[in-house]
Design a protein around this ligand. Structure first.
Ligand SMILES: Nc1ncnc2c1ncn2[C@@H]1O[C@H](COP(=O)(O)OP(=O)(O)O)[C@@H](O)[C@H]1O
Ligand SMILES: N[C@@H](CCC(=O)OP(=O)(O)O)C(=O)O
Length: 371
């Protein structure tokens, strides 16, 4: 299969603090992306910048905070953003330039299997036709509680969906530092991350600009999602011509997040990232090791207790004794049944309740969310 690359560009790289698009940067990034396209990669772009591009046109003085104002700014800005990319790509590449297409997605689209498979089919066809899909959140319809709000997570979910070879998250800093380099000029850059430990997470701060939203924290969260989906990620800066290609080839100006995991099938992506858990199962250390290290199913013997009300077939979150999330799975028992058999041996369970399957969660219906 032709290698796929998902590139995410943040507002801070495309616009200024005062709002409005920086057309020179858009032309620059489209050249960088065109070079990958010409080299034979299938390129997908996840771009922010709609709100930042639109608010000045509407007459707001700074990036709006109220949801309806942000949505109005995005509605104006999204058209400007697409127009700018369309023009920039039209003058790139051989013949008639490179074609682009707009795709707007919400979190709700990802949790609906039919909608997301339709989106994937559209993307596949665009890529076959050598068109670059340009993706943003559908800000006009995304409701506050379900919003991605920054596009970092969206780009990771897209990378998992299309089983990308790389996810490149471009921003205004050349990677993750031990502290926000704006506040500590002596902070050290981290070159490679193999596991997102609490230490790594603690380095990351909020956004440095008034137009960006996620900051480094949301980029690391996004890298975690991509890594779990078997997609290695890069977070860094692309400033000079050729930088994007360097980033793809492992010598970019930024931080690389490696993964040895395989791509997650669509069903497990849904289970891990888009399902809505109905409750929690708290398991002991033995069950934690069985699930995470030995790829086993969850048996009643390893269950300590539960939270919430759920029924067979529901998705539940599994947490350890320290309440850290281990993963999610489809449960075979109702909440009261799990509570009744918690800690019991398989023989004892069979004597007490009648269940279709002895496993509380079968390993085929389970996805680990630990690195
Ligand atoms: N530990 C850190 N290392 C690097 N940058 C950091 C760190 N903590 C916070 N930041 C800030 O995150 C900013 C990038 O995030 P953001 O402004 O949301 O960008 P974008 O618009 O590209 O998504 C950087 O400009 C930087 O100031
Ligand atoms: N969908 C929004 C993205 C919001 C945003 O600022 O994201 P980011 O710059 O990636 O932190 C937009 O296009 O303005």
């Amino acid at each position: 299969m032709t290698e796929r690359i998902v590139v995410k560009i943040g507002s801070s790289s495309l616009t200024s603090d005062e709002g409005g698009l920086n057309r020179e940067r858009i032309v620059f990034f489209s050249r960088e992306l065109a070079a990958l396209h010409e080299a034979g990669y299938q390129v997908l772009l996840v771009t922010s910048g709609a709100v930042a591009a639109g608010f000045r046109q509407i007459g707001y003085e700074s990036r709006p905070k109220l949801i309806h104002e942000k949505q109005a700014a995005a509605a104006v800005g999204q058209a400007l953003l697409m127009q700018a990319y369309q023009e920039a790509f039209a003058s790139n590449g051989p013949h008639r330039g490179i074609g682009v297409a707009q795709i707007l997605l919400t979190r709700a689209d990802f949790s609906n299997r039919k909608r997301i498979s339709n989106a994937l089919m559209t993307v596949e066809e665009l890529l076959r036709q050598r068109i670059i899909p340009i993706i943003n959140e559908n800000d006009t319809v995304a409701t506050d509680e379900l919003k991605f709000s920054d596009n970092d997570t969206l780009s990771a979910l897209v990378a998992n969906l299309v089983k990308a070879k790389h996810l490149l998250i471009l921003t205004d800093t050349d990677g993750l530092y031990t502290e926000d380099p704006r506040f500590n000029p002596h902070a050290k850059r981290i070159e490679r991350v193999e596991q997102i430990s609490d230490d790594i997470m603690s380095f990351a701060g909020d956004s440095g600009s008034s137009v960006g939203t996620g900051g480094m924290r949301s980029k690391i969260e996004a890298a975690r999602v991509a890594m779990r989906g078997g997609v290695p990620a890069f977070v860094g800066r692309v400033k000079e011509s050729g930088d994007l290609s360097l980033a793809v080839h492992g010598t970019g100006k930024g931080t690389y997040f490696d993964t040895s995991l395989h791509n997650l099938p669509m069903k497990k992506q849904w289970l891990g990232f888009h399902s809505q858990p109905q409750g929690k199962i708290i398991v002991d250390d033995g069950a934690e090791a069985a699930l995470l290290k030995r790829g086993k199913s969850l048996l009643p013997a390893g269950v300590r207790t539960i939270e919430g009300d759920f029924h067979p077939g529901d998705v539940v979150e599994v947490v350890n004794l320290q309440h850290q999330t281990l993963g999610r799975g489809v449960v075979n028992y109702s909440a009261w049944e799990v509570q009744a058999v918690a800690g019991l041996s398989t023989t004892e369970v069979r004597r007490r309740v009648e269940v279709a399957r002895i496993e509380v969660i079968h390993r085929d219906e389970w996805v680990s969310l630990r690195d």
